[in-house]
Design a protein around this ligand. Structure first.
Ligand SMILES: C[C@H](O)CC(=O)SCCNC(=O)CCNC(=O)[C@H](O)C(C)(C)COP(=O)(O)OP(=O)(O)OC[C@H]1O[C@@H](n2cnc3c(N)ncnc32)[C@H](O)[C@@H]1OP(=O)(O)O
Length: 715
């Protein structure tokens, strides 16, 4: 059997231990490696000629990506998971206790259990490679660092910094890691091994003292001070998670107990909490997102068809969306983009949009001014169709006006090559209607981004009946290069994301008209797990935008999409939301004048405009009912989209809702959530609401069938 750990001895007495899991693209930690690593460690201990040990990866661009998540997923009981953690503790303790200096030489991803392995080494050096990232992202999987990380990280970096890393899961670049004291040196990849050898030859050293402010030293140095840190961290966690995620509180408890009762006790607490989390439903849901997105990275969106290379792109329209699309094309995909707008103002908006984003990177020292300027030079502008003959893809981000889009299809067909893809960023118009103006409809596709483009991870790639497989594959690959997670959906009003969102928003609007207050509605859905509430979202998206989309959805999909008529009064009052400073909340100087604090405040005059007096009580039961009414609408419609083939699979529906809307990740997406409650339960809730509030709650056929047969979407 091929080995995972290979030990080589150098003449200078330094041994190199290379980890290289056979047949895998990345190293991960698995229980089955236990006997092999124990044997290697025993061999090292017994060999007096070894003066130092370097731990390095045999993979090109990664160190160790953590514990094998599939192995964790396979744990049937908490006892299974606890054993994994304890086995890891034994190996890492053994490594740490070696008398000779042990240096981790890190190149590429060093995450989770991988970083915990490096923390058990006496020193760490990492490469400057752009792929080198270090962190403990377990919290994003609903877990905690279960390989000693909750104990070694605070001892190395201090409690405050370690908690921040573990509670956010943030990943550090090499220079940040050096500054924080996580690594002892950062060098170019070409001299990584030699630098590690030099460090080992100097002998075992105590880790460098991490610089801390006086306040941090005072707080971390005494039990009462530490209690203040833990209490504050717990409060912040509660505020952020609303009790929906169990991992953060357990992370804090591991550190609290470990710092008070010593490393051995800390490791025991860590193993117990880790075990509980591995078998929690929250972690199971979050892991499903990891598996889903990893699987999707390999898909072309069109079976075996290979994508064409995109060397040059064009973006039509320099507005917020156009500027954002051009920006991710140049800065993320590193593909030259030419922006066309009818006005110079539009062009300068697009340029300044991209510049501001890049400059933020310079200010945060993630990039040099020279790199920023180089990336900026990839973006050019024009007011005419010039310099675009060789564009491989044109992304249109102009007004939602079918005539205008038809004109653009014709312009692009005239001015560009015969393979140039015409991708429309429409959020509501069916792509087949846009393609009606095309003489090469196979090149026409939808590419629907979400705002703000540089932040929102999802894009919907919309194929109409005649879109060619090559166009789909090329568009999917292009979006992926821009750093996006694309889901391929079928053509139809609202596609997937806006369609399920529309019903949820309509229900929230309905509840408002029934007397629920704006803040109560928002609070209820945030407590449920959405990043913002529906009223805030409507202000952000634009009340006018919502009003434009609703009639299209209603005419194409039916009565259930009818927006409450009273909402016209908002538009008559010129309430568009944040963009014109007039919506459900107060914005700008008005808000500042009246209230000195940052907190967002409801514009109470909105109730008079709607002719309402809010009468909501803030009770917990009421809040659950409010959230449930909105959410079940979204769930029912998501299943309808699957039934109609708008989405290809429940997996795509889950990823689309989480990445496009912020559907609570701890529920795993609408389809995982339905599975966890059971289709029969959802049908029962929908039918109760149907009897009470009307036919918009009628459960769809697929759900009813699943309820009858006791089926679920996933195994
Ligand atoms: C006890 C411990 O505290 C518990 C833990 O360590 S839990 C795990 C913590 N680690 C993580 O969360 C990191 C997960 N991985 C990642 O985020 C990303 O894979 C990455 C940033 C490392 C690399 O991303 P990218 O370059 O896009 O490669 P990606 O396609 O995702 O992964 C490459 C392969 O490695 C696999 N992989 C990466 N990390 C893995 C992990 N921790 N477990 C299992 N497989 C993993 C992927 O499944 C994929 O396999 P495939 O080639 O057979 O499909």
């Amino acid at each position: 059997m091929e080995k995972t750990f290979n030990l080589a001895r150098r003449e200078d007495g330094i041994a190199i231990l290379t980890m290289d899991v056979p047949g895998e693209t990345m190293n991960t930690l698995r229980a089955e490696f236990g006997p092999e690593i124990n044997q290697v460690l025993a061999e090292i201990k017994a060999d007096n000629s070894i003066k130092g040990l370097i731990l390095i990866s045999g993979k090109r661009d990664s160190f160790v990506a953590g514990a094998d998540i599939s192995m964790l997923d396979a744990c049937k009981t908490a006892a299974d998971a606890k054993l994994l953690s304890q086995q890891g503790h034994l190996v890492f303790n053994e490594l740490e206790s070696l008398k000779i200096p042990v240096i981790a030489a890190i190149n590429g991803a060093c995450l989770g259990g991988g970083l915990e392995l490096a923390l058990a080494c006496h020193q760490r050096v990492c490469s400057l490679n752009s792929k080198t990232m270090m962190g403990v992202p377990e919290v994003q999987l609903g877990l905690l660092p279960g390989g000693g990380g909750t104990q070694r990280l605070p001892r190395l970096l201090g409690i405050t910094t370690a908690l921040d890393m573990m509670l956010t899961g943030k990943q550090l670049r090499p220079k940040q890691a050096l500054k924080m004291g996580l690594v002892d040196d950062v060098v170019p990849e070409s001299i990584l091994l030699e630098t590690a050898v030099e460090m080992a030859l100097k002998g075992k050293r105590a880790p460098k003292k991490v610089k801390k402010s006086l306040v941090t030293r005072l707080l971390e140095g005494t039990p009462p001070g530490r209690n203040i840190i833990f209490d504050q961290a717990s409060k912040q966690v509660e505020k952020k998670t609303h009790g929906n995620y169990p991992a953060p509180a357990k992370i804090i408890d591991c550190v609290r107990q470990g710092m008070a009762r010593g490393l051995t006790k800390g490791l025991e607490v860590e193993a117990n909490h880790f075990a509980d989390l591995v078998v929690s439903k929250e972690s199971e849901a979050l892991r499903s997102i990891f598996f889903g997105t990893t699987e999707m990275k390999k898909e072309t969106g069109a079976g075996d068809v290979e994508p064409r290379e995109v060397h040059k792109a064009m973006v039509l329209g320099g507005g917020l969306m156009g500027g954002g699309i051009a920006s991710v094309t140049t800065t993320k995909a590193k593909i030259p983009a030419r922006v066309k707008d009818i006005s110079e103002q539009g062009l300068s908006n697009a340029l300044s949009y991209a510049y501001k984003l890049l400059d933020k990177g310079v200010k945060r020292r993630h990039m040099t001014p020279a790199v920023r300027d180089n990336l900026m030079s990839l973006m050019t502008t024009t007011t005419e169709y010039k310099g675009i003959k060789d564009a491989d893809i044109v992304v249109e981000a102009v007004f939602e006006d079918l005539k205008l889009k038809h004109q653009m299809v014709k312009d692009v067909e005239r001015e560009c090559g015969e393979n140039t893809i015409f991708a429309s960023n429409t959020s509501s118009l069916p792509i087949s209607q846009i393609a009606e103006a095309a003489s090469r409809p196979e090149n026409v596709i939808g590419l629907h981004y979400f705002s703000p483009v540089e932040k929102m991870p999802l894009v919907e790639v919309i194929a109409h009946e005649k879109t060619s497989a090559e166009t789909i594959a090329t568009t999917v690959a292009f979006a992926r290069k821009q750093g996006k997670t694309p889901i391929v959906v079928q053509d139809g009003a609202g596609f997937y994301v806006n369609r399920i969102l529309a019903l949820y928003m309509n229900e929230a609007a309905q509840l408002l008209l029934e007397g629920q207050s704006v803040e109560h509605l928002d609070k209820a859905l945030v407590k449920f797990g959405f990043p913002v509430g529906p009223m805030t979202l409507l202000d952000e998206v634009g009340i006018d935008v919502g009003a434009k989309i609703s009639p299209i959805l209603e005419s194409e999909l039916g009565e259930r999409f009818k927006a409450p008529a009273a909402f016209d009064k908002l538009l008559a009052d010129d309430r568009k939301g944040r963009k014109n400073g007039k919506g459900f909340y107060l914005y700008g100087s008005k808000a500042k004048q009246r209230f000195k604090k940052k907190a967002k405040l409801v514009d109470e005059s909105v109730y008079a405009v709607l002719g309402l007096t809010p009468s909501s009580t803030d009770s917990n039961n009421d809040s659950q009912d409010v959230a449930q009414r909105c959410v079940v609408q979204m769930l029912n419609e998501a299943v309808r989209c699957l039934e109609e083939g708008i989405i290809a699979s429940p997996r795509d529906g889950d990823i689309g809702a989480i990445f496009g809307i912020g559907f609570p990740p701890f529920l795993g997406g609408p389809f995982h959530y339905i599975d966890s409650m059971g289709a029969a339960e959802l049908v029962a809730v929908l039918e109760t609401y149907q009897a009470k509030y009307g036919d918009r709650f009628t459960p769809c056929d697929r759900l009813k069938e699943m309820a009858e047969k006791g089926l679920s979407f996933f195994e």
